[in-house]
Design a protein. Structure first.
Length: 134
C-alpha cells in the first residue's frame, strides 16, 4: 500500500512538473533596445547617462551610469522610472517617456504623445536588464 501511494505521489509530481507553465519570455528585444539607447534622436538616454562607470567622453555624466541602475533595480523598477521618474522624484530633470501629464512647452508635433511607445520602452528595459546581468 505504501509503495503504491509513493508511486502515485511521484507520478503526480512528474505530471504536474510537465504541465507547469513555461517561464515567461522577457518582454522587449535587447538589440532594438541597444539601438534606441544609442540613438540620440529617439531615447536621449546618452545625453545624461553613460552606459558604464568607465564612460565614453561622448556620453552624459549628469545621471547615474545605466549599467549601475540596471544592476540595482528590478525590471519593473527600471520600467517605472523610465516611464515617469516624477513618481519617485517630483523634482527630477529626467523627462517622462510614457506620460504627457503636466508637460508644458511641448512642440506641436509631440503634444499629447509620449516620447516612447510601450514596445520601445520594453526594448530599452530589456537592453538595460542585460547590462546588469552577471
Amino acid at each position: 500500500m505504501r509503495a503504491a501511494l509513493a508511486l502515485a505521489l511521484i507520478a503526480g509530481a512528474q505530471a504536474s512538473a510537465q504541465t507547469a507553465a513555461p517561464a515567461p519570455v522577457p518582454a522587449g528585444d535587447i538589440e532594438r533596445g541597444r539601438a534606441l539607447v544609442a540613438d540620440r534622436t529617439q531615447s536621449l538616454c546618452l545625453l545624461c547617462h553613460a552606459l558604464t562607470a568607465q564612460s565614453d567622453p561622448n556620453q552624459g555624466n549628469l545621471a547615474p551610469p545605466l549599467a549601475l541602475s540596471a544592476a540595482r533595480l528590478t525590471r519593473d523598477g527600471l520600467r517605472e522610472r523610465i516611464a515617469d521618474m516624477r513618481r519617485f522624484n517630483p523634482a527630477t530633470v529626467m523627462p517622462p517617456f510614457r506620460s504627457t501629464d503636466g508637460l508644458r512647452d511641448v512642440a506641436p508635433a509631440w503634444a499629447g504623445r509620449p516620447a516612447l511607445t510601450e514596445q520601445q520602452l520594453d526594448d530599452i528595459v530589456a537592453y538595460l536588464v542585460s547590462l546588469g546581468a552577471p
